[in-house]
Design a protein around this ligand. Structure first.
Ligand SMILES: NC(=O)c1ccc[n+]([C@@H]2O[C@H](COP(=O)([O-])OP(=O)(O)OC[C@H]3O[C@@H](n4cnc5c(N)ncnc54)[C@H](OP(=O)(O)O)[C@@H]3O)[C@@H](O)[C@H]2O)c1
Length: 316
């Protein structure tokens, strides 16, 4: 699989990242191991987890990280895989109370190291922002984790462009490491961010796009296939699309995606993921496959490169 060097790092990641939110929960242990094995066999090396996955279910805490930890141990392949995980998420019962103090970040990093059974996390994401807390203080906390060797690099998830800029300016002024990548909700599907139930999530918007284009910072979008929205539309099995997907616009986008797929000899999955893989800055979509068939289909997009005009055509 094609690899992409995350700018400013030694991390050479496969062009498609495997989202592991369902591992050890909606996907049982054996099937989780099979998915991880198949991803690596096909050249994948970049895993996305989080301490909070899937704590909304009545199962063991941090099931995703623990499943990855058990898999790494059983396969003895820690050196082959780039582990990215997230912390500093609010407690699920108090989503309005942010958790980005120095102590909370340190405790979450330590918990993730334990679950994953590793000495260091390759890329540590802040799962959320706390706009009330000075960005410089957060950067200092993360650099402490870096100096202690607990993490190698860090990124932000669900941060607005203005806050990323402030954090990056602080790290440059103080000769500290800054964010090396940014994780936001983004796919070919049009979204009405105002209709999202969780308003602490950040959807790719024009200011964030401009920030990435100007800085060259890597984007690592989640829900990159919009939960299979386009494929389900085609198969006639899209029952209750999430209310924030703008379905009028997305039906038009599907028509254009199908036309491009037919003209370019690509599949619909290759077009939808190709849209993200062909941005004017490094962009590594995270896919949330639950079956081997989905995984194979999604990974078949890894080498796709659309032209600027094809990307513009898809957006209409
Ligand atoms: N930073 C954050 O706040 C954040 C938030 C959310 C997610 N994430 C990360 O992103 C990962 C992926 O998120 P996601 O699950 O929303 O991603 P996604 O890839 O957009 O959606 C996954 C769903 O799409 C369908 N699907 C997957 N591959 C398909 C294919 N090849 N063809 C057709 N349908 C396909 C499946 O739906 P069915 O099972 O219904 O068939 C699957 O459950 C998570 O595991 C997590 O690591 C991060």
């Amino acid at each position: 699989m094609r690899t992409i060097q995350i700018p400013g790092t030694e991390l050479s990641v496969s062009s498609i990242c495997l989202g592991t939110g369902g591992l050890g929960s909606s996907v049982n242990r054996d099937d989780s191991f099979a998915l991880l094995d198949a991803y690596v066999e096909q050249g994948g090396n970049f895993l996305d987890s989080a301490k909070v996955y899937a704590d909304w279910l009545p199962i063991e805490r941090s099931a995703s990280e623990r499943t990855i930890g058990r898999w790494l141990k059983s396969r003895g392949n820690r050196h082959q895989v780039i582990i990215a995980t997230k912390g500093a998420h609010p407690n699920l019962a108090t989503m309005h109370i942010q958790r980005l103090s120095r102590q909370e970040i340190a405790a979450d990093v330590q918990a993730s190291l334990d679950h994953l059974q590793v000495d260091t996390i390759d890329l540590y994401w802040l799962h959320r922002d706390d706009p009330q807390r000075p960005a410089g203080e957060i950067i200092e906390s993360l650099n402490e984790q870096l100096k202690a060797g607990h993490i190698r690099y860090f990124g932000c998830s669900n941060w607005q462009a203005g806050r990323i800029q402030i954090a990056q300016a602080y790290s440059a002024q103080h000769a500290l490491q800054g964010f090396v990548a940014d994780q936001m909700m983004w796919s070919l599907a049009a979204v009405d961010a105002g209709r999202m139930a969780d308003q602490t999530l950040v959807v790719m918007d024009e200011s964030l796009k401009a920030y990435h284009a100007g800085s060259g910072m890597a984007a690592v979008p989640y829900s990159s296939q919009a939960g299979g929205l386009f494929q389900k539309l085609v198969a006639g099995r899209l029952q209750h699309p999430a209310p924030f997907y703008r379905m009028d616009e997305n039906r038009h986008r599907l028509v254009r995606a199908q036309q491009l797929a037919s003209d370019a000899g690509l599949t619909l999955t290759q077009v939808t993921l190709g849209y993200l893989l062909s941005q004017p800055f490094p962009c590594i979509p995270i896919v949330g496959c639950h079956t081997l068939e989905q995984l194979r289909d999604s990974l078949s997009a890894a080498e796709v490169n659309l032209t600027t005009s094809q990307v513009a055509f898809l957006e209409g």
